[in-house]
Design a protein around this ligand. Structure first.
Ligand code: CP
Length: 318
């Protein structure tokens, strides 16, 4: 693997899932793979799970992880080519990224969308500039439009939780929130489930919350949440802001919150969420504290997803 930016960097999703599950069973089997190697993890935005799980994954492979919270500890980077840097940006990525390329063997980056200009966000300029100028493999720790380590984790979690000899029905449902959030997790989950091709996949959201077809193509889409939830085996709960009239939060109807009453429509579905979650806004306490929630399992699996990806890059596997 040369980089990990989206599902398009993965040749065989099931094989990568099995590698991750093998690390879950035996975390230290490749404990010398990363000896004398370093991963630099740059956070332009805050993180808890992604930061900690990537550090643990690197350590399990014998690799040193160096964290740089660029957002808090660094200065503003410039990403536009030919920019006249007379404003607030202090250093161009063209100057900074080659240095990271000398310090590290792998560069991992978390960026975030502005939610102001869709073309800018969907161009993925930040991560593309790091790829262009660092000269080393780049791993996305969440970008403007995608969150591939989360989505790989989600497929791992579904694979280990579903033992029946049939396709699971997976429902991605929009949930209310208090502020506009990126589309990254929903885009990425849709992209991975569609590429995986081993589920009946339904997306449900209120009108005006359509996601980009680039990621949802292949899924059944409905505005009727109750209809979508019927016989679901997995319900993935997530808020996202509007894609068409970009980055907005229209009225956030509380009736879209997942509750135990709605779970009755499902096939005793497991409930997933990438976390952090707004309790009793996105998901009720009764679900999060009840037997159907697998959010802790899901978050714990972030380690094995990161470990499988870092190992593939270290091994230089295609
Ligand atoms: N799910 C996720 O990416 O969590 P963090 O923002 O805490 O990394």
């Amino acid at each position: 693997m040369k980089q990990f930016i989206s599902v398009n960097d993965v040749n065989n999703i099931d094989a990568l899932v099995q590698k991750a599950l093998a690390y879950k069973a035996n975390p230290f089997t490749d404990k010398s793979l990363g000896t004398n190697k370093r991963i630099g993890c740059l956070f332009l935005n805050p993180s808890m799970r992604t930061r900690l799980s990537t550090q643990i994954a690197a350590q399990n492979l014998g690799m040193e992880a160096i964290i740089f919270n660029v957002g808090n500890e660094g200065w503003m980077l410039e990403f536009e080519e030919e920019a006249i840097m007379s404003g607030t940006s202090v250093e161009h990525v063209k100057d900074a990224a080659p240095i990271f390329g000398k310090y590290f063997d792998i560069l991992a980056i978390r960026t975030f969308p502005s939610l102001k200009n869709r073309d800018d966000d969907y161009s993925e300029l930040y991560i593309k500039q790091f790829i262009k100028y660092s000269g080393i493999p780049v791993v996305s720790l969440e970008s403007s439009t995608l969150h591939p380590l989360q989505s790989l984790t989600d497929i791992i979690t579904i694979t280990e939780s579903f033992k029946e000899q049939r396709k699971p029905k997976i429902v991605l449902t929009w949930a209310p929130h208090v502020k506009p959030l990126p589309q990254c997790v929903a885009n990425s989950f849709s992209q991975w489930v569609n590429a995986w091709g081993k589920a009946d996949f339904v997306i449900t959201h209120p009108e005006d919350y359509e996601l980009s077809e680039e990621f949802t193509k292949g899924a059944t889409i409905t505005h009727n949440q109750n209809e979508a939830l019927k016989d679901a085996d997995f319900v993935y709960v997530k808020n996202w802001s509007t894609f068409t009239d970009y980055g907005k939060m229209y009225e956030s109807d509380p009736n879209w919150m997942m509750t135990n009453k709605k779970l009755e429509l499902t096939n005793n579905a497991k409930v997933m969420h990438c976390l952090p979650v707004r309790r009793n806004v996105e998901l009720s306490d009764e679900i999060l504290d009840g037997p159907n929630s697998i959010v802790t399992l899901e978050a714990s699996n972030r380690v094995w997803a990161a470990q499988a990806v870092l190992a593939e890059i270290l091994k230089g596997n295609e």
